[in-house]
Write a protein that binds this ligand. Sequence first.
Ligand code: NAD
Length: 402
Amino acid sequence: MHNIDLDEIRAHTDVPDPAIRLLSKPEKEIHFSLNLLLDPDGFVEADAFVVYHNTARGPAKGGLRIWPNVTLEHTRALAELMTWKTALVGLPFGGGKSGICLDSRQLARSSKTAVLKEYVHMIQGELMSGAYVPAPDLGSTPSDMAVIYGETHLAESVTGKPPRVGGLPGRREATGYGVAHVTHLACQTFLGKPVRGTRIAVQGFGNVGEWACRFLCGMGAKIVAVSDITGGTLRESGIDLDDLHRHVTETGGVEGYDGDAITNEELLALDVDILIPAAIEGVLDDRTAPAVSADLVVEAANGPTTAGGEAILSRRGIVVIPDVLANSGGVVASYMEWRQAKSGAMTKAEETHETVAEQLESAFQRVRQVAKERGVSERTAAQIVAVDEIVATMRDRGWIPS
Ligand code: NAD
């Protein structure tokens, strides 16, 4: 499972054979087992993985996923995605990921803490040397990062910590902020108008979806539809986000909110200016893409468009801003937290937002230029930019011939 077809990229840019060999497989993989006898949860045995896909640009950066379907293959694919993301937005990080195959939602808080301490114990060399820097991902939280920090006593060994424990002000909303900023740039570029006054539908009202809605609303856009795992709502006059937040907190989901009830599939097909999938993978596929009526799709989730879905959207002239560009605000903020930890400096939330905007804008312009020059999609252009960056870095480091 690869995120990029390197042979396809080779048709557009020079990727020498040694680079193909290095980028086609992970640099390092660690497979270990977490074995604990816990009170009150009893015997726990979980497979765990750390993967470094490519560290030419710096430490392997990528979240810790604690989920029952974690596998080595999936951890590998996620590590690779981080290689492209960090390179595209110009960060001195490589791509990595770790995973624990466990349903930690079933564990007492004290048991999860014990699992995390054992995880640190098993990979202390990776964490203490700074070679791998985890962050929250599915099933892990800022508090879990604080536990990791409590074991390593090194603030830069982990990011996504709560602000009181060396975390970064502005980190929590950074991905949604980046999504909103990229949407603003894409709207101007592809639809030829400001985001103010546009009608937007968002799938997912979690961390990324809700913050993206809030920042877009602040820019004057109208969020007319939102959905989550429970269902969706459509309100032509615009959704009051505080009100929706209250409803979701009280009832556990968007379903039942005051507006026209819609399904997730209906949301994807709404006649809006911009569609933002901010929930799960693979929702825009061969079946749903023909019905999309938005002029622009901004991928806030990872991998919401399948290859088949993308081909259909492209044929229909609908521009897709790829995930590696749209949702990389979070990793930019992670870099700032790592830098803050190393320097001891304090960072304000406004500075976090400003840096996210700058890095994403510069990546957006580079991608646009390559897309225009080579006549390729924004996704292919983003992949070309990322691969070019890493190939140049590997040359700088003497990993491959100049
Ligand atoms: P989250 O758990 O906070 O929210 C997920 C949202 O998706 C929830 O509203 C949930 O109800 C909804 N959802 C789940 N299954 C659904 C379904 N079958 N149909 C419709 N809605 C469904 O997660 P998040 O952090 O907001 O992440 C959302 C996406 O963004 C994921 O793909 C994630 O990998 C990606 N992402 C997140 C970050 C980050 O910083 N949080 C960074 C980069 C990418």
